[in-house]
Design a protein around this ligand. Structure first.
Ligand SMILES: [Fe+2]
Ligand SMILES: [Fe+2]
Length: 145
């Protein structure tokens, strides 16, 4: 059994929207039929590239914690997706196995990356727009009986 949890919400509408979409595309790779692998990977690659380009621009413009490390993680994920894309034409069986393991890795990686790196970027973006860090209001958990 795999333990996959949704990426945490950061209270930044654009980042939260992008992360939910990336997570949905990664999850879809687990069930993708063989003849739809290539377009599914190409869509994920395009969405990742666009999302990382936007975050990279903000990281360079606004700074924050671990900027170099954050940029490196984005580059490493894109490099992995490029490598997988190159291998896709070789064999349907290899491609299917490869895509499943890539999807699982990305589904584990994304929530961790969001909570450890993107959360800081969301705070810096909020600071830049509003002059302070946003406050997230969540319902109080029900008391234990
Ligand atoms: Fe992100
Ligand atoms: Fe990021």
């Amino acid at each position: 059994m795999i333990d996959i949890s949704d990426p945490p919400m950061l209270g930044d509408a654009q980042l939260d929207h992008d992360h939910a979409e990336l997570f949905r595309l990664c999850r879809a790779l687990l069930d993708v039929p063989s003849d739809a692998i290539r377009p599914a990977v190409e869509q994920l690659r395009a969405e990742m590239r666009a999302h990382f380009a936007s975050e990279d621009a903000d990281l360079r413009r606004l700074g924050g914690n671990n900027v170099d490390c954050h940029l490196d993680e984005h580059a490493a994920v894109l490099a992995s997706l490029d490598e997988v894309h190159l291998i896709l034409g070789e064999s349907q069986t290899v491609a299917h196995r490869l895509i499943s393991s890539l999807a699982l890795e990305l589904l584990r990686w994304l929530p961790e990356h969001v909570s450890e790196m993107d959360a800081n970027l969301a705070a810096v973006r909020s600071q830049s727009r509003f002059g302070g860090v946003g406050v997230r209001i969540t319902p109080r958990p029900a008391p234990l009986a």
